[in-house]
Design a protein around this ligand. Sequence first.
Ligand code: NAD
Length: 257
Amino acid sequence: MNHESGLRGRSFLITGAASGFGRAAAVSLAAAGARLALGDINAAGAAQTAEQARAAGGEALSASLDVTREESVAALTEAAMRAYGRIDGAFNSAGVLGPMGPMAEVALSDFDRVMAVNARGVWLCMQAQLRAMLAAPAPAGGYSIVNAASIAGLVGSPMLPAYTASKHAVVGMTRAAARLYGKDRIRVNCVCPGPVETPLAGPLFGSQSYRDMMMARQALPEFGKVEDVAALVVWLLSPAASMVTGTPARVDAGALA
Ligand SMILES: NC(=O)c1ccc[n+]([C@@H]2O[C@H](COP(=O)([O-])OP(=O)(O)OC[C@H]3O[C@@H](n4cnc5c(N)ncnc54)[C@H](O)[C@@H]3O)[C@@H](O)[C@H]2O)c1
């Protein structure tokens, strides 16, 4: 990605920035000259990502963030507005997998926790971002919000029923917002990755039978990396994607092809 990508000087907010897709997208946006507000419940990890982003050539601030708490989401949004004067785009990546198990046996507290982070968290973040965006004229190519959904937002994952429900919710709120706010030049998309080895997916990758099952579904013969997902996120955030909105964009090695 170079200065011609139109990302230089643009400001982006990233949740789940301490790890995985959030960190990879942050470093990639920073290398294109972006200004970043990075949040994560793991504040030390978010600070490390901010260091990596500055080393890559961008500006970055970081803060502790709990996406399930409205005041915490407001604090990071306000920090971004104070530092950069505007939010041109956001990547809502914070998420949890929750325990694996059949629906009949999932504890209600586990369902509530997964929905709180993955669905309510994206909802709260989008609301704060939309309000900030609606308050100022859109940049060339429009504002852009990208949410982390999953292939589990498009098909059922039998042993991850709460995760599946939460990611279908992310796809739904992405579509609803895209339809309403297109007139305001706010694009809203989500990415639907297949399995990528990160701390979140560690429990899945630890099982050889899971790896074999997922590989058998893929068209391409290897698992994706965080950079493969970040590349799609960065493109969706960039003016190059100015006519793309309401899309659950699969980056799944053809698993759902
Ligand atoms: N890795 C995969 O296989 C995969 C596939 C499809 C979708 N996803 C989704 O992509 C997103 C990123 O996943 P990842 O693989 O990069 O995982 P990751 O574990 O590397 O990163 C997730 C980050 O979210 C943070 N987080 C968790 N709860 C939070 C909260 N309440 N508030 C703020 N931050 C919080 C974690 O601290 C962590 O840094 C998630 O939404 C996940 O569901 C991952």
